[in-house]
Design a protein around this ligand. Structure first.
Ligand SMILES: [Zn+2]
Ligand SMILES: [Zn+2]
Ligand SMILES: [Zn+2]
Length: 136
């Protein structure tokens, strides 16, 4: 029933596909998953509807997008702060080169990098690589 509440919280109409997609995200909480993972978790779906659902969720700060190594989008559930501020929270993503999982790392980002003048880091999409706690 958590998906119901989430949809209601974001003032989204409850539809079967929205509910199902959200269920997938809730079972993978904290992890960024690809569209393929979502598709594989659904018994049946319409590609266009799924595409729209993902876009809608993104616009409403239900989920956010993270690019994986191949430049493909993965999606993860937004943190509560997203909804409060109305924009996607800035946090780090950790990609494990062993198990290929991408996780959201909560908390402030402290980047001490000297960038050339005029350069800006897109903090929403920072991904670091390494071995996760399960693999190291
Ligand atoms: Zn967000
Ligand atoms: Zn791992
Ligand atoms: Zn994230």
């Amino acid at each position: 029933m958590e998906s119901h509440e989430l949809l209601k919280n974001h003032h989204l109409r409850i539809t079967p596909i929205r509910e199902k997609v959200l269920e997938v995200f809730l079972t993978c909480k904290g992890e960024a998953i690809s569209r393929l993972t979502i598709e594989n978790s659904l018994e049946s779906f319409d590609r266009v509807t799924l595409y729209r659902t993902i876009k809608h969720f993104k616009d409403r700060c239900v989920i956010h997008e993270v690019m994986d190594q191949g430049g493909y989008a993965r999606y993860a559930l937004c943190q509560k702060s997203c909804k409060e501020t109305g924009k996607h929270s800035e946090h780090l993503h950790f990609h494990c080169s062993d198990c290929d999982r991408t996780e959201c790392i909560e908390g402030e980002i402290n980047l001490d990098i000297d960038l050339p003048k005029g350069y800006k880091i897109d903090r929403e999409s920072i991904v670091v690589n390494g071995q996760c706690g399960r693999c190291s």
